[in-house]
Each structure stands twice: as structure tokens, then as C-alpha cells.
Design a binder for this molecule. Structure first.
Ligand SMILES: Cc1ncc(COP(=O)(O)O)c(C=O)c1O
Length: 394
């Protein structure tokens, strides 16, 4: 029987994310940055975008960065610049946001899935390796692991596989700005990496925005053409590109916020550690003597080599959907990332997958629950979240 959480008080609500609290801290700087762009009357690409590209490349330890319109476009740019063509196959995880796979399809290639590691929720390199060793995918050209929830995938193993099987390695780092694998930052761990600055992300714009980091000068030049209708000179189009230019206002706002990201990520890590501690103390994570008395809550696990930046704090919960309803009735923010694995999405029916193909991804989709997580979340709110979960299981 879970205990009560010491010091918890009833609250009216706890948001899943409250961007207002962040805006209050940085409002003057953000408005000044927007004012600077308005004074210049230069709204697309230009000096602000170039400065952001330099600053983010340096932040991630990469040689170059290319701003674009969204994280989805960043994935597409990275894939096309890596030479992915119609008919090619690209490995990714079935347990991610839709864009991880849709960008592959948009590049004309076929997403190929392998199951996830149930502890980290990330693509399991051992499963990818067994496909590769079985020689099943001759058209395979790239690996696209996702750093889900802010934790890097096992990049030692994926780098090794990419090298051995001569595959491009592209990071989906949309949720992982500032995360590290050993001493290297997300964005510097593969041939290129895609970031999203969607407003809920750890580094977020005031609209849609994205960026690719790369160490390849050729790939960078190619992506700069692709994001601007495939041309390097005005009205001359060497290939089919797209309009995926980044707005100067978004770049200027992101430059303000970039200075705070390490501090905000540290605050997220502290809040994750506080949740771990509160859950352990509440008895919700203890397993009973009998197998049927499994712990109602299982906490997120971090690999020993990962510096996790907790874009999300996600637990596995027994009777997850009922718990969700209970928390929602108490106005405690919660979300399921992601309720339908990608191999079972209606638009991917042509891939021929059935339920049961990737059991760990399917189990995760039924069990995961994201709890309120943002740098300004206060301890009183965390206590109330954990108390409420304890109340549900009483
Ligand atoms: C893992 C992952 N990949 C790709 C994307 C796509 O980014 P965007 O929403 O900026 O297009 C997201 C964003 O939600 C994401 O979480």
C-alpha cells in the first residue's frame, strides 16, 4: 500500500509544461531581440540565422549548422544530403514521434523498424545488428536512431554498426539539445543530426523552427541549397529543393534562449532526480513478494553513458489509462508519448507490419505516461503529482 508523500499539499492544478514562467524570466531580452530584427527589416535567413547557426554548431561540437523551418524538415534535409534516394531503406525506431519515420518516407525511402530497449525506450542496437547480420536489408543505406525523451541512443553501438556496414548515421536529436553520450554532445555523434525547436522543446522557438548539424562541408552546402528550393544562385535550381528557410525572428529568439539551455537542462535533471526520490519514498516503485504484486510505477532508466536532459519524464504505469483519467480530473498535466507505435500507423500499412511485430514498442505505447516536467516546476507541485498517483493506487 503506497504511503503518503510527506509535505504534500492539495493544489488546484499542475501544468504539464508552463512556458509562461520561462517567458517571464527572459521577456525583456526576447522583446529586444525581436525589436532588433524588426529594425533591420530582414526577416528570412540573413545575419541572425547565420549567427544562430555558428552558435549552435559550437554548442553541439559540430563544424556547421543549417537552420530550417522545422525538425521534420531537418530530418529530411539530413537524409537527402546523406544521399538517401527513392528505393533506399533506413532503419529507425517504431517508438517515436511520427516525423522520425515520415521524413524517411518523404525522402522516397522505406522506413525499416527494429524493436526498442525496454529500459531506455531507444532503438535497440542488438536488434538492428541481428537484422544486418542476417543480410536482410540489402537496400539499407542509413541508421536513424532517435534520442527519445532527451536521452541519447547507444551511439557506441550505432557508430560501430554504421562503420562496419557502411551506413550513414543520422541522429534524430529533436528532443535532445544539450544531451551527451559519454563526453560528446548530441549533434556531434553521427554524420549529421536533426533538431526541432518546436515550442515545447528544451530549446524552443516562438513558432516552428529546426536545424541540422554536420561535420561535412559538402553536406552543409547541399542542405543550404535544398532548404532554398535547390538553388545556390537566384532563380537557378540545380535540383528539387523546398522552401524550408528559417525566419530571422525565430533565430533571434533562439539565440537569446540558447544561453540558458544548459541551466534549464540542469534544472530538468534535478526535477527528474526529485521525482525518482519522491516515488521511491512513496512505496510506488517497490515490488511486492509475489510476482502479481509488481510495482505500480516503474521509473525511467538512464544509461551509464548518457547525460539525460529530460525533455520528458516518462514512467511506466499499471492501469495507465485509468491513472491518466484520475490525474486529468485533478488537473494534473500528463500525456502519452506515443500511443500508437509507428509500424501500426495507418499510413504505414504498406510496410506490412502486424501487431506483435515489435512487442517492446507496443508494450511501451500501452504503459508510458509523461508527467509535468519543465525547469520552473516547483517541488510542491512535484509532491502533489506523486501524492495524487499514490492516492490513485490506494
Ligand atoms: C523525435 C522527434 N523527431 C522529429 C520531430 C519533428 O520536429 P518538428 O515538430 O519541429 O517538425 C519531433 C518533434 O516533435 C520529435 O519529437
Amino acid at each position: 500500500m503506497p504511503a503518503s508523500v510527506p509535505g504534500s499539499q492539495t493544489l488546484d492544478s499542475v501544468p504539464l509544461l508552463d512556458l509562461q514562467r520561462q517567458y517571464e524570466q527572459i521577456r525583456a531580452e526576447v522583446l529586444a531581440a525581436v525589436g532588433r530584427v524588426c529594425a533591420s527589416q530582414h526577416y528570412i535567413l540573413g545575419a541572425e540565422v547565420e549567427a544562430l547557426e555558428r552558435e549552435l554548431a559550437s554548442f553541439c561540437g559540430a563544424k556547421d549548422a543549417i537552420g530550417c523551418a522545422s525538425g521534420t524538415d531537418a530530418l529530411w534535409l539530413a537524409l537527402v544530403a546523406a544521399g538517401i534516394q527513392p528505393g533506399d531503406h533506413v532503419f529507425t525506431t517504431p517508438f517515436s514521434f511520427f516525423a522520425s519515420a515520415s521524413a524517411i518516407a518523404r525522402a522516397g525511402a522505406r522506413p525499416v523498424f527494429a524493436d526498442i530497449d525496454p529500459l531506455t525506450f531507444n532503438l535497440d542496437p542488438a536488434k538492428v545488428e541481428s537484422h544486418l547480420r542476417a543480410g536482410k536489408h540489402r537496400a539499407l543505406r542509413a541508421l536513424l536512431p532517435v534520442h527519445l525523451y532527451g536521452q541519447c541512443a547507444d551511439m557506441d553501438a550505432f557508430s560501430q554498426l554504421a562503420k562496419e556496414f557502411d551506413l550513414a548515421l543520422i541522429e534524430d536529436a529533436a528532443q535532445a539539445i544539450g544531451a551527451r553520450w559519454r563526453d560528446a554532445s548530441a549533434g556531434s555523434l553521427g554524420e549529421s543530426a536533426a533538431f526541432s525547436f518546436y515550442p515545447t522543446k528544451n530549446l524552443s522557438a516562438y513558432g516552428d523552427a529546426g536545424l541540422v548539424t554536420t561535420n561535412s562541408a559538402d553536406a552543409a552546402a547541399h542542405m543550404r541549397r535544398l532548404r532554398n528550393h535547390g538553388g545556390s544562385r537566384r532563380y537557378v535550381h540545380e535540383e528539387m529543393g523546398w522552401n524550408s528557410r528559417l525566419d530571422a525572428i525565430q533565430a533571434a529568439i533562439l539565440r537569446v534562449k540558447l544561453k540558458f539551455v544548459d541551466g534549464w537542462n540542469q534544472s530538468r535533471r534535478e526535477r527528474a532526480a526529485k521525482y525518482d526520490q519522491l516515488f521511491a519514498a512513496s512505496g510506488l516503485t517497490s515490488t511486492g513478494q509475489q510476482p502479481e504484486n509488481a510495482a505500480p510505477i516503474r521509473l525511467p532508466q538512464t544509461s551509464e553513458h548518457a547525460h539525460h536532459v529530460f525533455h520528458q519524464y516518462v514512467v511506466r504505469a499499471y492501469r495507465r489509462d485509468e491513472l491518466r483519467e484520475f490525474l486529468t480530473a485533478r488537473k494534473i498535466g500528463n500525456e502519452i508519448y506515443y500511443p500508437i507505435p509507428l509500424h501500426l500507423q495507418p499510413c504505414f500499412i504498406y510496410l506490412g507490419h502486424l501487431e506483435g511485430d515489435f512487442p517492446e514498442a507496443e508494450r511501451a505505447a500501452k504503459e508510458v505516461l509523461a508527467l509535468p516536467m519543465f525547469p520552473e516546476l516547483i517541488e510542491e507541485e512535484q509532491r502533489w503529482v506523486v501524492q495524487s498517483i499514490a492516492d490513485f493506487y490506494c
